[in-house]
Design a protein around this ligand. Structure first.
Ligand SMILES: [Zn+2]
Length: 245
């Protein structure tokens, strides 16, 4: 590791759980972040700052003025530009040592599959049920760890599913097969610190996966900012699940 890298990561290398070896593992990791909204901008910024060496960022949407209150990588001058392209630019400014790839097209299942097979960890930061189920199925089939986040109003969820382990449930085991229309932030509202918290939590789960440190058996965390309550669940596989059963 170069001197400037040692300096850049010094505040996390000093943690005994990370150390030089852990930092090397982080630098070698390939991660994909799907969806660059309130969650995805936070996750990708933290992964870049911590030194995840290869990050693919995906979003076909353009930046709108209503995004700016929570999508922390974007400024007023970015309005109208594609989210993935701008995210790549910003991540490269944060940490020029990284390989960042921007995917600015709408993803179908085949494209998603070809992207995910190359990755070590998959971050689902989308706000759409259909693509969530597709990402889940592709991660199950490719045995890729999936960190899925969602936030609406004052509440958020983080789901950590490690499909390299046989006993892991999948998204469909937990939420069933019904693809209902997801509640949208434009209708129900969202608070920036809630997406910030959930995105940060997803980044933490990514790092613990890389370091092979699972501190609790819980795979679902539910956070309610109004009551400051955190609930943890250890959900089990559905043996008759059509995706992973
Ligand atoms: Zn399942």
């Amino acid at each position: 590791m170069r001197d400037d890298e040692l300096l850049r990561y010094s505040r996390q290398i000093v943690l005994p759980e990370i150390d030089i070896e852990g930092q090397r593992s982080i630098n070698k990791t390939r991660a994909i972040v799907i969806g660059l909204g309130g969650l995805g901008t936070v996750v990708s910024a933290y992964l870049a700052r911590m030194g995840v060496g290869n990050i693919t960022v995906c979003d076909y949407d353009n930046i709108d003025i209503s995004n700016l209150h929570r999508q922390v990588l974007f400024d007023s001058k970015d309005i109208g530009f594609n989210k993935a392209i701008i995210t790549k630019e910003k991540l490269n400014q944060i940490n020029p040592d990284l390989e960042v790839k921007a995917v600015d097209e709408k993803l179908d299942k085949n494209k998603l599959d070809s992207l995910v097979t190359k990755e070590n960890v998959v971050v689902d930061a989308t706000d759409n049920f259909k693509i969530r189920y597709e990402i889940n199925e592709i991660c199950v089939n490719n045995k890729k760890p999936l960190i899925s986040g969602s936030a609406i109003g004052w509440k958020g969820h983080v789901l950590t599913l490690d499909f390299s382990k046989k006993e892991s449930p999948c998204y469909q085991c937990i939420y069933g097969a019904n693809m209902e229309e997801e509640e949208s932030c434009s209708e129900l509202g969202i608070l920036p610190p809630v997406t910030g918290l959930i995105g940060s939590w997803q980044a933490l789960e990514v790092i613990k996966l890389i370091l092979n440190r699972k501190t609790t058996p819980s795979n679902l965390i539910e956070f309610d900012a109004l009551s400051n309550s955190i609930r943890k669940f250890n959900l089990e596989r559905d043996p008759i699940c059509k995706v992973c059963g």
